[in-house]
Design a protein around this ligand. Sequence first.
Ligand SMILES: NC(=O)C1=CN([C@@H]2O[C@H](COP(=O)(O)OP(=O)(O)OC[C@H]3O[C@@H](n4cnc5c(N)ncnc54)[C@H](O)[C@@H]3O)[C@@H](O)[C@H]2O)C=CC1
Ligand SMILES: O=C(O)[C@@H]1CCC=N1
Length: 274
Amino acid sequence: MSTQPTLAFIGAGNMSRAIIGGLISNQYPADKIWATGTQLEKLDDLKQQGMHTTTDNNAAVAAADIVILAVKPQILKAVATEMAAAVQQHQPLVISVAAGIMCNSMEEWLGGNLAVVRCMPNTPALVKQGASGLYANPQVNESQRSQTEQIMQATGIALWVETESQLNAVTAVSGSGPAYYFLMMEAMVAAGERLGLSREVAEQLTIQTALGAADIARQSDADPAELRRRVTSPKGTTEQAILTFIDQGLPEIIANGMQACSDRAEALAAELGK
Ligand SMILES: NC(=O)C1=CN([C@@H]2O[C@H](COP(=O)(O)OP(=O)(O)OC[C@H]3O[C@@H](n4cnc5c(N)ncnc54)[C@H](O)[C@@H]3O)[C@@H](O)[C@H]2O)C=CC1
Ligand SMILES: O=C(O)[C@@H]1CCC=N1
């Protein structure tokens, strides 16, 4: 990374720690990272790695070029309102990773007229395999866009979307997506055990298969439907599994789950955005 702005993670929970982990393993300097939380001792591990830790969000804002808002959407308004004076004084770029909450709401809570990027990351950021969707409000300039890209691309891929509402679709695909694959893994491990494997063997085979399938999908020019066909021999074993999945509605179940995810992001904005 050519320029290394000072970052303040407001709310160093699961998502912040995933991004921080990706940045640190990408040689981002620890002393350019601030992490805040409600209990200082819970930030000890980050402090030991050389980061600045505090329970004072305003102190972190004062030190930062970029402020990453990563508390739960339900408390974002209260947290942002308390930071408004410091944000207005220091004018950092604000990046919010909160699901649902719109740029306009954040801008208003933070005192108005501010460069705000909304980012929908995911937890594989921790192992530099993250996938983030990005949307910028009109106040964000080209250099801030490129700073945002540099930070998020250090944790995986980062793609800009054209409209803010598309971030709800990003949430449904990649923000929440890791949980869908974990659920699939849980179900495959349990089914493998029922079919006579030890839990350990079923787990290892399931995880390696997920990794292999993802890797081949990424490297191949063929789309997932074609890759699936290449595994499926006529009158063979895969065909029976796939026919059962389709017959019992798996594609529709997945579409319904993702619609519910996107609807929830929209509802969060309506419930909490005022
Ligand atoms: N976990 C995930 O996979 C993803 C989460 N997100 C978004 O990231 C945000 C955070 O989610 P998680 O990290 O999962 O939640 P989390 O509960 O793990 O982290 C939130 C952190 O905020 C801290 N906190 C609470 N009040 C605070 C305050 N007043 N000042 C500073 N810190 C405070 C908590 O101690 C906690 O460590 C949410 O808005 C969520 O929508 C977005 C994409 C994926
Ligand atoms: O479940 C949530 O609300 C957050 C946003 C995307 C993933 N986790």
